[in-house]
Design a protein around this ligand. Structure first.
Ligand code: FAD
Ligand code: NAD
Length: 469
């Protein structure tokens, strides 16, 4: 069978690329190896073991935490308990429904799904090996590599699925661990650490660097740490993890503190969340001659073309943030470029969100990055404590911070820690896409009482005319 386009990997990068290419009249096949009970599981990391299951657990655990800690102040009396089996059943139901939805989208767009492991034999030629070992070869004018990423395994902390686990396991613990140690204070560590802490686990996060989520503005990272500490999470920063000893009834993580003293953390489970590595091995890339970067990501040019003609790569497999929405943008861009259209992605304008409580959202440059680039900036801030809607909701932690160019007033970056930060960042993104200034945001009328007024006030603060603080 000859296709216009074969995509290897059906995560948010791959399946969105397939849909867009089909919309543009292309004959498309998508190869996916993830299958269960004879059924292909589309949707990649994001739907199966990433964004969606983790958010389902965050939502359940947030309701439980709210009920336990905050209902009383509203005059609501309850004595909640957690049924972990039901929580996991609900989470699996959410995931299965969305995975089934992607299969429906493939049928609707006449995208052929080829189940099995894809291998690039040469430009335009792909072999698919099914689980039973059956092999089939397919031709296409273009091949898109979209194999995504998997958790990094540390050589001295091998995953055993029981005591030392990755996020793949930590979304399905059958019971709340009494003590959970998390290696890595990044996005996964804080999100999944929050889930189990809210349900009652004693959670300690051990991080190598002096700050949580190193990509975040330092002020925001500090505020996040403080808030999570109030929720009971413990943090040990600047620690060098050295290994772990497992026994029949637990595991002890060992590390070295900044001052060189030994540290040990007894626990029921250790979640290792130190980043993800691209799936650039085992799919024939090196043999076919696809160039990789030093960090084993597929090397692409500004238009996502690999070193081989007609072979493209997108999503977690290539440089840039490992985020589902970034993978989707890549997928759309490649489909449009293949169809002869123009496509451009501004990677500086990919928002990033940590779905803790409160949420943390950021976009563009941090204040420190602006300083490093020698840019003169004005910084506006506004605390949710001074926002009426946040007060009504009892969610006063956090603030909005906007960084604008001191001469042109163009918004260069923003960070929000606080209620509905993930949704608020979208409005700032829209201004930034059109080169908006802090004055543009300040002159945009925000409904009252909403938390979006905090964004407007932070923009006003950039101009030295904040109203409510
Ligand atoms: P993937 O989603 O990894 O999909 C790649 C697919 O390719 C997989 O299905 C894999 O089975 C398949 N594959 C690999 N090799 C082959 C082969 N040889 N043949 C056939 N198929 C193959 N991002 C966000 O934006 N927001 C979030 O809230 C968020 N939360 C996350 C939470 C967790 C716990 C994790 C682990 C990740 C989270 N992410 C989140 C990151 C997000 O999941 C990834 O950035 C995104 O899934 C990358 O998309 P992708 O299409 O590049 O690859
Ligand atoms: P991450 O890169 O966000 O964080 C890893 C953390 O581990 C860093 O803080 C790093 O300094 C630390 N670390 C590295 N080696 C260490 C060691 N030996 N000891 C102690 N700490 C160590 O990676 P992650 O949390 O594993 O997430 C992987 C990817 O998945 C990220 O790129 C992220 O973008 C994506 N993701 C996104 C979301 C979201 O958008 N909400 C949620 C989960 C995951």
């Amino acid at each position: 069978m000859t296709y216009d386009l074969i995509i290897i990997g059906a995560g948010p990068g791959g399946y969105v690329c397939a849909i867009r290419a089909a919309q543009l009249g292309k004959k498309v096949a998508i190869v996916e190896k993830r299958a269960e009970g004879g059924k292909t599981r589309l949707g990649g990391t994001c739907l199966n073991v990433g964004c969606i299951p983790s958010k389902a657990l965050l939502d359940t655990s947030e309701k439980f935490y709210e009920a336990r800690k905050h209902f009383a102040e509203h005059g609501i009396a309850v004595q909640p308990s957690i049924d972990v089996a039901q929580m996991l059943k609900r989470k699996n139901g959410v995931v299965d429904a969305l995975v089934g939805g992607i299969a429906g989208l493939m049928r609707k767009n006449k995208v052929e799904v080829l189940t099995g492991a894809g291998e690039l034999l040469a430009p335009g030629r792909v072999r698919v090996t099914a689980a039973d070992g059956t092999k089939a070869e397919h031709d296409a004018t273009h091949v898109v590599l979209a194999m995504g990423s998997v958790p990094i395994e540390l050589p001295f902390l091998k995953f055993d699925g029981e005591r030392i686990v990755s996020s793949d396991h930590a979304i399905s613990f059958p019971a709340v661990p009494k003590r959970l140690v998390v290696v890595g204070g990044g996005v996964i560590g804080l999100e999944l650490g929050s889930v189990w802490a809210r349900l009652g686990a004693e959670v300690t996060v051990v991080e190598a660097l002096p700050q949580l989520c190193p990509f975040l503005d330092a002020d925001v990272a500090k505020a996040l740490q403080k808030t999570l500490e109030k929720q009971g999470l413990k943090f040990v920063l600047e620690a060098k993890v050295t290994g772990a000893q497992t026994t029949a009834d637990g595991v002890t993580l060992t590390a070295t503190a900044k001052d060189g003293s030994p540290l040990s953390f007894p626990a029921d489970r250790v979640l290792v969340a130190v980043g993800r590595r691209p799936c650039s091995e085992g799919a024939g890339l090196e043999a076919a001659g696809v160039a990789l970067t030093e960090r084993k990501r597929v090397k692409v040019d500004g238009s996502l073309r690999t070193s081989l003609p007609g072979v493209w790569a997108i999503g977690d497999l290539v440089d840039g943030p490992m985020l589902a929405h970034k993978a989707e943008e890549d997928g759309v861009a490649v489909a449009e470029l293949i169809a002869g259209q123009h496509a451009h992605i501004d990677y500086n304008l990919v928002p990033s969100v940590v779905y803790t409580e409160p949420e943390v959202a950021s976009i563009g440059l941090t204040e420190a990055e602006c300083q490093k680039r020698g840019l003169q900036v004005r910084v506006g801030r506004f605390p949710f404590l001074a926002n009426g809607r946040a007060r009504a909701a009892g969610a006063t932690d956090g603030f909005v911070k906007i960084v604008a160019d001191a001469k042109t007033d163009r918004v260069l970056g923003a960070a929000i820690i606080g209620i509905r930060a993930a949704d608020l960042i979208g409005a700032i993104a829209a201004h930034m896409v059109y080169g908006g200034s802090s004055e543009d945001i300040a002159r945009t009328c925000a409904a009252h009482p909403t938390v979006s007024e905090a964004v407007k006030e932070a923009a006003l603060d950039c101009l030295g005319r904040v109203i409510h603080a």
